[in-house]
Design a protein around this ligand. Structure first.
Ligand SMILES: *Cc1c(COP(=O)(O)O)cnc(C)c1O
Length: 397
């Protein structure tokens, strides 16, 4: 692997301090590096590979569908219709209860779609261009300039100023901090239903409820970023469905294509009727037949295997095991999370623990310097949770 890593470091732009591993392939919920070493995967390519890898029965159906699509056609452009996009949009609107979908290539692009939708919606109401968006501190929405502008981590933004204007930051789960920022110029409130990169902070039901009623009262768009917490990770297809508090506009990506790069933003008919029209937005690749065949097949497989109930069961087991670990280890401050999106906050930085885990054959990542993040493939079993816990315990000691 050393030789591969040297080659990578001489050609790739160095914007990641990568773990010193070159992955070759996966099987089930395990990954293998180019030296043949096996790893239990509790990262899933950052909450992407929901169905596991290669030989898993579920993944096999996805591979067959994608192979079929590659043989037919990968790309047509949005000047024409294609059947996979039609099917994927029908399934996604049905599953979300939202009415209209626009496919993108990534999460950040889906967030750009939210921002443009909010601005256009407000522009059509009063013709002015000084509307404000309220986002949350510690949020993460992506690395493009618009998505970065609503990301509540000054460190990511600093060198790239100026951001797009009129963005304000409130505190997650602090409704007063939101109310203090709402005014006649507010066009949207944007948040992750469960904050991911910022440290695994779930939005509370009461907070979402109050946001919904502020937005209803003032005709402000409520926009959820479900890119990481969506697609089944919470035990519901979208994390807001736990509470039945529906957004006006929503972004999804990560597990949407289970490894095929695809995202989407969705909205209600009411918003669609009063925002983006032909000529306002577009993409070359977004919604192409290959990506949409992935989305369509992934949604079928979730349903076919009742993956959401599986996540609720194994998620509860993971919670219990992490809680036990938290009680036994004095360096663990708390466990937070929902379903198969969990975080363990430590009183110390976790970088060395993660490296030790990797040496011991367990893939885990952080969410901030002190928090270990658990976002495994959704198909993991209780046995996999037990295996993970024992490697983590050994690595901690
Ligand atoms: C990963 C992520 C994004 C950005 O998605 P990309 O595909 O990396 O552009 C946006 N929002 C959230 C909540 C994410 O977790």
């Amino acid at each position: 692997m050393k030789e591969y890593i040297d080659r990578a470091e001489s050609a790739l732009l160095h914007v990641y301090n990568r773990y010193q591993v070159v992955f070759d392939h996966g099987n089930g919920v395990r990954m293998y590096d180019t030296d043949g070493k096996e790893y239990l995967d509790f990262c899933a390519g950052i909450a992407v590979n929901a169905l596991g890898y290669g030989d898993a029965e579920l993944e096999k159906e996805l591979i067959e569908a994608l192979s079929d699509q590659v043989r037919k056609v990968c790309h047509t452009s949005n000047y024409y219709y294609n059947l996979p996009a039609i099917e994927a949009s029908e399934k996604l609107t049905k599953a979300s209860g939202l009415d209209r979908v626009f496919f993108t290539n990534s999460g950040a692009e889906a967030v750009e779609g939210l921002i443009k939708t909010a601005r256009k919606y407000a522009f059509l109401k009063d013709g002015s261009t000084d509307h404000e968006i309220i986002a949350m501190e510690h949020s993460f929405h992506g690395r493009t300039m618009g998505a970065l502008s609503v990301t509540g981590n000054p460190h990511y933004r600093e060198a790239f100023e100026p951001m797009i204007g009129n963005i304000k930051f409130a505190k997650m789960n602090d409704i007063e901090s939101v109310k203090a920022l709402v005014n006649d110029k507010t066009c949207a409130i944007l948040l992750e239903t469960v904050q991911g990169e910022g440290g695994i902070y779930p939005a509370e039901e009461s907070f979402l409820k109050e946001l919904r009623s502020i937005c209803d009262e003032k005709d402000i768009l409520l926009m959820f970023d479900e890119i990481q917490c969506g697609m089944g990770r919470s035990g519901y297809l979208f994390a807001w469905q736990r509470f039945g508090i529906r957004p006006d506009v929503m972004a999804t990506a990560k597990a949407l294509g289970c490894g095929i790069p695809v995202g989407a933003f969705l909205m209600t008919q009411k918003v669609a009727d009063a925002s983006l029209v032909a000529g306002d937005h577009g993409t070359t690749y977004g919604g192409n037949p290959l990506a949409c065949r992935a989305v369509s097949t992934v949604l079928d497989l979730f349903e076919k295997r009742d993956l959401l109930s599986h996540v609720r069961e194994v998620g509860a087991y993971l919670e219990k095991k992490l809680d036990e670990l938290a009680i036994a280890n004095k360096n663990i401050v708390e466990r937070r999370g929902v379903g198969l999106m969990q975080g363990l906050e430590f009183s110390v930085p976790v970088g060395d623990i993660l490296k030790k885990c990797l040496d011991n054959g367990l893939i885990l990542i952080n969410a901030g310097p002190n928090i270990i993040r658990f976002v495994p493939p959704l198909v993991i079993t209780e046995k996999d949770v037990d295996d993970m816990i024992s490697i983590l315990e050994a690595s901690l000691s």
